[in-house]
Each structure stands twice: as structure tokens, then as C-alpha cells.
Design a protein around this ligand. Structure first.
Ligand code: TYM
Length: 329
């Protein structure tokens, strides 16, 4: 039997290069690998675990779904759904698996602690349960590979623990899911510190940014005098070199590194070329997006079909868990 793949993104804003390089590229690689059966989801229920706008959530989820298709996720090859179309089965499983995890374990997760710092007035049960909802997303399809950025590793650790305990205590056969990593598993912020993130203003380039916007954003990225005894390994310049590698290749990066310890790097030129290279990669995605937006009936149909295909697998897993846990049919 083919191994299953599951990945998802929260509709908390438009997708950026971190989502694209850290997750979407891996999703695309596995979609084209005949050894895997791929399922992808837009996790709108996860978006309700931090403050959000109920009026715009449906549109945001649809936007991310369209982004998925624009990037190249293919409904002929993958089952692609919006999580709340499967809310009954996913939230049901997430409750069942919460019986094998302790409160202390969930409270100690670094991702939970970060969110508590970000939203101190919103330390809800939903937030504490977030990783169990994510474990349910993965386990409901018995997926074993999860293409996500490195920031999701603590959540995958929880999913593995849940799988192990459900197998030991109830005789389930969940695979212990592992991360599928890409070259861009940690995409840095444009600001020189930390990772690219939706919640940090000015840190990201979005998939729908035009060339002028990308140029303007890169202009603000911090640099230095352009020359020194050793190439920086952290901070703004190191990050710029990383973007060069990701969009223009390793050889180009080595050229700039040699210039840094030699004749000097002209950041104005570097940024202009880099902006163009990034835009060249985004342009076909933006074109595809415009086509899809002009065809809402097609998008509606694909959303429905994705949910129906996913549901067949999800319902079978939930039925099995209920039986093994001694619940009524
Ligand atoms: P989310 O919505 O924050 O991010 C979506 C994906 O983008 C990756 N990512 C990055 N990768 C590299 N560098 C960055 N700067 C960067 N920023 C974001 C994330 O690692 C992620 O892969 N908990 C998940 C959503 C989720 C999920 C799932 C994922 C819910 N259920 C089941 C996989 C499987 C999240 O918040 O991702």
C-alpha cells in the first residue's frame, strides 16, 4: 500500500515565502512521487484557536485553497480539503486522542508557550488542544509523512506520541508520522532576526506581491559595508545570501561570498537581481490564481470533491477508533 502524506496551513493571512519554501515545495515533491498518496488541508479550525475575525474566515480559507491550486497542488493527484468540511470527524478524533495525553505535556510545548506570550489574554482550552487537533488531522488519514517547516517539529513529536499511545493502549495501527524537510525548512525574516512569519510586520514576501513590492521590501532588509574577513553566519547579510541560494542557486551564493571577502558586495545590485528572481518564480503562480478566481464554480466543485474523497478515509479511521475504544457504533 502507498504511504500517505498530509499537510496543512492555517488561513491566518496570505501565504508567504516561508510557507512556500518550507511546506508547499515538499507538498509538491511528494504529490509527484508515485510511492505516496497525498492529502492536503486548509486548517480553518486551527485558525479559531487564536483571536480571529469570524466574518472573513471563510473567505480566507478559500483564498488559501486557491493558493494551493495556484502553487500546483493538483486535484487529480491529491485530495485537497478545507478542514471544517470534515469538522465532525476531525474534532471527534481530536477529543478521543486527548485521553492519552496529559495536560502537563501540552503546557510544556514551546509552541504553546510562544502563543501564550503573543496572546496572554487568550490562553484557552482550544489553544492547549491545538497540537491534538493537528495530530488528529494527520492520524485520521494514517499519514506517515508530513511536509512542514522545522517550526512544526514539536507538534509532530506530539503526533508521534499520540500514535504510539493509541497503538499501545487501544491496538490501533497508526504510523508514527515524520517530517519531510525541504531546503527552505527555515526561511528567515527579511528583518534580519527570527523567521519569516505572518504575525511579524515587514518580515515576509507574500505569494501575491508584485515586483515593486518585493523590491521595496528587500530594500529595507538590513546589510553592512559589504566586505569583511569572514562571511557572516547570522543576521541580515547571512539571510540575504540564503535567499540568493534559494532563488538563484548555490553557485550565485558562492560568488557573493567570494566578493564579500574580496572586492566587496554591492547590495543594491544584489537586491535588484534577487527581487527579479523571486518575482520570476511567483509570476506563474499569480497568473494561475487570476485564472482560478475567474472560475469560482470550478473552485467550489474542487473543494466539495476534496472533502468527499478525504471523508471516506477519515470516517473509516474514526469508526475503527470508536470500536477499539469501546464506544457504540
Ligand atoms: P502555519 O499555517 O503556521 O504554516 C504553514 C506551513 O508553513 C511553514 N512555515 C515555514 N517554513 C519555513 N520557514 C518559515 N519561516 C515558515 N513559516 C511557516 C510551517 O512550518 C507550515 O508547514 N500547525 C500548522 C498547521 C497544521 C498542520 C496540520 C500542518 C495544522 N494541522 C497537519 C501539517 C499537518 C501551522 O500552524 O502551520
Amino acid at each position: 500500500m502507498k504511504k500517505r502524506v498530509l499537510s496543512g496551513m492555517r488561513p491566518t493571512g496570505r501565504l508567504h515565502l516561508g510557507n512556500y519554501l518550507g511546506a508547499a515545495k515538499g507538498m509538491l515533491a511528494l504529490q509527484d512521487d508515485p510511492d505516496y498518496e497525498t492529502l492536503f488541508t486548509v486548517v480553518d479550525i486551527h485558525a479559531t484557536t487564536t483571536p480571529y475575525d469570524a466574518k472573513t474566515l471563510q473567505q480566507s480559507a478559500r483564498d488559501v485553497f486557491i493558493d494551493y491550486l495556484s502553487i500546483g497542488l493538483d486535484p487529480e493527484k491529491s485530495a485537497i480539503n478545507i478542514q471544517s468540511d470534515l469538522a465532525d470527524v476531525i474534532t471527534q478524533l481530536s477529543f478521543y486522542v486527548s485521553s492519552v495525553m496529559t495536560v502537563a505535556r501540552m503546557q510544556h510545548l514551546p509552541t504553546f508557550k510562544d502563543k501564550v506570550k503573543q496572546h496572554p489574554d487568550n490562553v484557552t482550552m482550544a489553544l492547549l488542544n491545538y497540537p491534538l487537533l493537528m495530530a488528529a488531522d494527520i492520524l485520521i488519514y494514517k499519514a506517515s509523512k508530513v511536509p512542514v517547516g522545522i517550526d512544526q517539529e514539536p507538534h509532530l513529536e506530539v503526533a508521534r506520541e499520540v500514535a504510539r499511545k493509541m497503538n499501545e493502549q487501544f491496538g490501533m495501527d497508526f504510523p508514527e508520522p515524520t517530517r519531510f524537510a525541504t531546503k527552505g525548512e527555515y526561511v528567515p525574516s527579511l528583518l534580519g532576526e527570527g523567521k519569516m512569519s505572518k504575525s511579524v510586520e515587514g518580515s515576509s514576501i507574500e505569494l501575491n506581491d508584485d515586483l515593486d513590492t518585493i523590491v521595496a521590501k528587500l530594500k529595507k532588509a538590513p546589510t553592512d559595508a559589504g566586505t569583511g574577513a569572514a562571511v557572516p553566519t547570522s543576521g541580515g547579510v547571512a539571510n540575504l545570501f540564503q535567499f540568493v541560494e534559494l532563488f538563484q542557486g548555490e553557485a550565485k551564493r558562492r560568488e557573493y561570498e567570494a566578493a564579500y571577502t574580496g572586492s566587496g558586495v554591492r547590495y543594491g545590485d544584489l537586491k535588484k537581481e534577487l527581487a527579479q528572481a523571486i518575482f520570476d518564480e511567483l509570476r506563474p503562480i499569480q497568473k494561475k490564481r487570476a485564472e482560478l478566481e475567474a472560475n469560482p464554480d470550478y473552485v467550489d466543485r474542487i473543494i466539495k470533491e476534496g472533502a468527499d474523497r478525504s471523508r471516506v478515509i477519515a470516517e473509516a479511521t474514526v469508526a475503527e477508533v470508536r470500536e477499539k475504544m469501546g464506544l457504540r457504533k
